[in-house]
Design a protein around this ligand. Structure first.
Ligand SMILES: Nc1ncnc2c1ncn2[C@@H]1O[C@H](COP(=O)(O)OP(=O)(O)OP(=O)(O)O)[C@@H](O)[C@H]1O
Length: 258
């Protein structure tokens, strides 16, 4: 593959005895809407943190649009936008001030920051709350202002860790529209999610991660294979098919004796 947005080679991360990421080799194609899926604890957040320069790998290399994340971090950070899990924001700034500050940090001229901030606040339905302090924003509003901050400098690759978690359907639709427009112009989105229906409807490329390793990666149709849905393919790939949920919980339920 020549046109890779992200190239991961031999990536490892251990926390004590726990192997969080156990030797990942993966190339993510540029210009695609890419879903990184996996069960709880699969290593999605750890992988995204290492790919975006937030967590140093034990072994392995990551290149983003041709630049090594750990040897050339400034070049990479200039070209990416990140919406991390457990997003920390400057709580005592208003939404508009946060964007103003982010834009100046990114080295954009003030007038350009103002113009882009106005448009993003408008498209993301935050214009009415732009002067409210971020500390008073709801979960969905925080995701949206975080997304606006990540998009402000028009990055080549956008990384989103669970962008739709805690977001209502209306806000999800808004976020989705912005991301679709962004990828239609040739940019790359990489996002992690547990919600297979969402991944199936948004992504054209998928990587399945389980227990710190890649189980499958490729165009959505290829990963889905003969399965009717991505959910079915996912359950088989992560080895969860046929598990009898709750079969041991014979005490649970109103009718059972105490
Ligand atoms: N800082 C840490 N210290 C110790 N263990 C950690 C740390 N961060 C992650 N882990 C462990 O590494 C493994 C992968 O965690 P990670 O958060 O990357 O998974 P995930 O796929 O993002 O999960 P989820 O979908 O539940 O958010 C888990 O077993 C987790 O307990």
């Amino acid at each position: 593959m020549t046109n890779a947005a992200v190239r991961i080679r031999g990536l490892w991360k251990r926390f004590g005895e726990q192997v969080a990421v156990g030797g990942i080799d993966l190339e993510l194609p540029a210009g695609k809407f890419i879903g990184l899926v996996g069960p709880n604890g699969a290593g999605k957040t750890t992988t995204l943190s290492m790919v975006t320069g937030l967590l140093r790998p034990d072994e392995g290399t990551v290149e983003v649009v041709g630049h090594d994340v750990w040897r050339d971090p400034v070049a990479v950070k200039a070209r990416i936008g990140v919406l991390p899990e457990g997003l920390r924001l400057f709580e005592r700034l208003s939404g508009r001030e946060l964007l103003g500050y982010t834009g100046r940090l990114r080295g954009l001229p003030g007038a350009e920051v103002d113009k882009r901030a106005t448009q993003l606040l408008d498209v993301l339905d935050l214009a009415g709350s732009q002067h409210k302090l971020v500390v008073d924003y709801s979960t969905g509003m925080r995701k949206k202002i975080g997304l606006a901050a990540a998009l402000l400098h028009n990055p080549e690759v956008l990384f989103l860790d669970e962008p739709f978690e805690g977001v209502d359907p209306v806000s999800a639709q808004t976020i989705r529209g912005v991301l679709e427009r962004y990828t239609a112009s040739g940019a790359t989105v990489v996002f992690s999610s547990h919600v297979m229906e969402l991944v199936e409807s948004l992504c054209d490329w998928v990587a399945v991660l389980a227990a710190g390793r890649i189980r499958a990666a490729g165009p959505l149709a290829e990963v889905r294979g003969a399965h009717p849905t991505l959910q079915d393919a996912f359950l088989e790939l992560v080895g969860a098919n046929g598990r009898q949920a709750g079969s041991d919980l014979d005490w649970l339920g109103g009718g059972a004796p105490r």
